[in-house]
Each structure stands twice: as structure tokens, then as C-alpha cells.
Write a protein that binds this ligand. Structure first.
Ligand code: GLP
Length: 227
């Protein structure tokens, strides 16, 4: 686990965007797992800026995925992850809607949406993503994999208080060739410290990343304050 600490959220976001941009420059047809939430908003903005200013970065051959999708809603509903990723990235770069591959939010049956999404990951070259971007929850969850006695490896349904999701399991996350995890703010400091230095346990899902050979953790100073 490589840890880099930045003075500000903006600097952290820029570094993350540069890593994603480098991935796409080196391998334009990369399969990239994205994440929603507030943490990566700055990274997406920087990627759009690099794209619009630079002229060399292209998203046109890549495929994009996400850690989860909200079920039972038309894809264009503003609360779906599809809408989020269009708003923050796809609508501003040379990527089309069919490059974003998410669980079918309108599937009759969430189990089928999950099985299909898992099969999609298995069909990737080498059965894995080239890069997965992650945030972290205050309880050190990754994606929608919350602390538990056991975690589910494959894509699975997750019911929260407000919605039903089809969510990536820990296997597709951990199989990614490379992982970039972002965390900012003091509220994530304990989770970050646990992730980096705690014993590996499903009770702190992010500790599983200690087992991965290629993880970069990008933090702002407050998120790194307990390291
Ligand atoms: C949700 C998402 C996670 C994300 C986390 C933190 O639970 N499923 O993937 O990392 O929230 O979100 P935020 O970046 O808004 O703090």
C-alpha cells in the first residue's frame, strides 16, 4: 500500500486525476471501475479539465464501471449512479453512454442484474478491471461492502434504508490490477488509520486492501491525521 498525503483536497484530486489520465494514455482501452459519492467529485473535475485543456487524453476507447447502481429507477433518474457519472464525467469528455457499463437499474429482478454484472467482470481480459477507484466509508466500508462477520465476493443486492442497490462484491474490487483509494477530511481519519495499520478483518473491510499488491492511497492532511 503506497500512501501519499497532500496539503489539500484539490491537490489530492489532481494527483488522482493524473493517475487515471496516465492509465488511459498508456492503455486507452482500459476497463476502469469508478465510484460515486462526494470524495471523487474533485478528481472528475480535474479529469475534465485535463481533457479539455490538454488535447492528448481520450476516453473514447475505455470502458467504465461503477461500484453499485440503484435499482428500480429509469437510468436517467438523477439519483442513479449512471446519472452521477454522466454529470461529473461522461458528458464533458469524448465518451458515449454505451461505454458506461452498470447493473441494469430497470431489471425485474435484482439477483439477475447482479449475476449479469458479475459475468461481465469475469468476461474482461484476465477476468479483472485494469483500475478501480475507491472511496472509503467512515466505518471503513469499500463500495457497499460494510463491516460484517463475512463479506460477499460476487456482485450482490444491498438494501439500505432508502434504496435497493446491485453492488460489486469484494472479489471484483480486489482482482483489479490497480486500485486508487481517495479519502479526505477528518471524518475519514479513523477509517484510514484502521485500513492502513489494522489487522486484516472483514469487520474493517478496507483492511483487505492490505493484501493487494498495487494500491495507492491518496489522502488530504486531515484524513491522514491519525496515521
Ligand atoms: C458510499 C459508497 C462508497 C463511498 C462512500 C463514501 O457508501 N457506496 O463507495 O466510498 O459512500 O462516500 P463519500 O465519498 O461521499 O464520503
Amino acid at each position: 500500500m503506497k500512501i501519499r498525503v497532500f496539503d489539500s483536497y484539490e491537490q489530492m484530486s489532481r494527483a488522482a486525476a493524473e493517475l487515471v489520465a496516465a492509465q488511459l494514455l498508456i492503455q486507452p482501452d482500459s476497463h476502469v471501475g469508478l465510484t460515486a459519492g462526494s470524495t471523487p467529485v474533485g478528481m472528475f473535475a480535474e479529469l475534465v479539465r485535463i481533457y479539455q485543456e490538454g488535447g492528448t487524453l481520450s476516453f473514447s476507447q475505455a470502458r467504465f464501471y461503477n461500484l453499485e447502481e440503484k435499482m428500480g429507477l429509469p437510468p436517467e433518474d438523477e439519483s442513479t449512479c449512471r446519472s452521477y457519472l454522466h454529470r461529473h464525467l461522461l458528458d464533458h469528455v469524448d465518451a458515449s453512454a454505451d461505454q458506461l457499463l452498470l447493473p441494469d437499474s430497470m431489471a425485474h429482478d435484482v439477483e439477475t442484474a447482479c449475476t449479469d454484472y458479475e459475468a461481465l467482470f469475469r468476461s474482461l481480459p484476465g477476468g479483472r478491471l485494469d483500475l478501480q477507484i475507491l472511496g472509503i466509508g467512515k466505518d471503513a466500508h469499500i463500495g457497499m461492502n460494510r463491516p460484517n462477520q463475512a463479506l460477499i465476493a460476487a456482485c450482490h443486492p444491498v438494501q439500505t434504508e432508502s434504496a435497493l442497490y446491485a453492488a460489486m462484491g469484494v472479489s471484483s474490487i480486489l482482482l483489479a490490477r490497480r486500485i486508487i483509494l481517495l479519502a479526505n477530511g477528518e471524518s475519514k481519519a479513523q477509517a484510514v488509520a484502521n485500513m492502513c495499520t489494522g489487522q486484516v478483518t472483514t469487520a474493517i473491510p478496507a483492511t483487505l486492501l492490505q493484501l493487494h499488491p498495487n494500491v495507492v492511497v491518496l489522502l488530504d492532511k486531515p484524513a491522514a491525521s491519525l496515521l
